[in-house]
Design a binder for this molecule. Sequence first.
Ligand SMILES: Cc1cc2nc3c(=O)[nH]c(=O)nc-3n(C[C@H](O)[C@H](O)[C@H](O)COP(=O)(O)OP(=O)(O)OC[C@H]3O[C@@H](n4cnc5c(N)ncnc54)[C@H](O)[C@@H]3O)c2cc1C
Length: 356
Amino acid sequence: MDKPIIIGGGFSAWVASILQDGQVPIYTPSLKLSKNLHHNLIRRRELEINKLFIHPYAKSVGTLNFARCNVNMHDRVILGGNSTIWGGFINLKSMPKHILYKIENSNVSINKLNQIYSSRYATNEGSIYQLRGLDNSILDCSKYIKKFYDYYLDKLYVTETGIKLQFISTLGGNTLEIDTSGKVYLCIGLIQLLDVLSRSNLIANDSIIELCEFKSEFKMNKFTNKLPDPRDEVVIRYGLGAAIKHLTGIKKDGGILKLLDKFNICIDQIYTWEKNQASFKLRGNCIEREINDSDINFGKSIHYCNLTINGMRVNQHLANISKNLIGIGMPFINQEEPGPISNDILIHAIKVINED
Ligand SMILES: Cc1cc2nc3c(=O)[nH]c(=O)nc-3n(C[C@H](O)[C@H](O)[C@H](O)COP(=O)(O)OP(=O)(O)OC[C@H]3O[C@@H](n4cnc5c(N)ncnc54)[C@H](O)[C@@H]3O)c2cc1C
């Protein structure tokens, strides 16, 4: 059997890599993707997410059109993916100890949230931590995925001997084909997963695609106000300076932002135990929202998960294509508790990688 392959360059790919001691080749585009790479690619500004001070800005480029979806979902095709702009929050309640050692051995520190800076963050869920790099800035996986092949996965097929992967080089548009009898870990995020499945004819026209998320909102509050019981809602509280840092992507501490943290004003990121559901239909190259739930603003939590295709979990959908095709990331997990989702991704990755 051939060696496994990881496709993607974000948190899920980093997790898949450290769980296999960095011994698995990674295929992912290095910089932002251009639609000139391939004649079928379109740019989807409605799926883009960037922060003022984080460069280069990433584009959403793919083959499916999401323009009529009325959602808040994101696609960041760039080395590091969302981890270049995320909060690094993780809930370590059910995390095995040996995984914490693996994370720390990878030069990533695990910081208890309400101990980092007492007036900067707080939470009512004591097991929420923040992952930080050696320079003490929030973990950015692009700084940890150093060795990779600069390719974008175009299509995949099942062959008699395994899986055929067709890539496009982001440095000049050359193509690369790999025939492998080994495991393929797809760590490419929800939007690009749907793009790859549809380009590869591995999802039928008129398929119903469903997702869910815990409801979430941001509210202004006073830092000294009592936090609610986590059984009612999970809250991550940002001091004013920390909130501005997260919103704009400023990486450095100190200066005026530290002063702002002294004000008794904060922003609460609130996750409730109530769930939102969203239903879509694939029509040709368009993803359309089903009329019955289109008034719900879906995706606000940024932790949308549990992708099903015609009622079947996407994990099973991939296994039916090939038992060697394995997904890691938000579409493949069903979040059990509101709050960070990186812990669910990590625990699911441990399970599927150990099963092999
Ligand atoms: C602003 C923001 C803040 C967030 N904060 C948190 C947080 O604090 N805690 C938390 O738990 N979650 C957070 N999330 C959710 C977060 O996105 C996930 O936890 C996690 O980053 C998902 O990682 P991923 O690798 O699965 O996907 P992504 O981050 O989307 O990475 C996908 C990677 O695959 C690559 N790729 C895509 N298509 C292809 C292709 N065809 N071929 C090859 N490579 C491809 C991309 O370039 C990218 O590198 C946040 C999300 C956002 C948007």
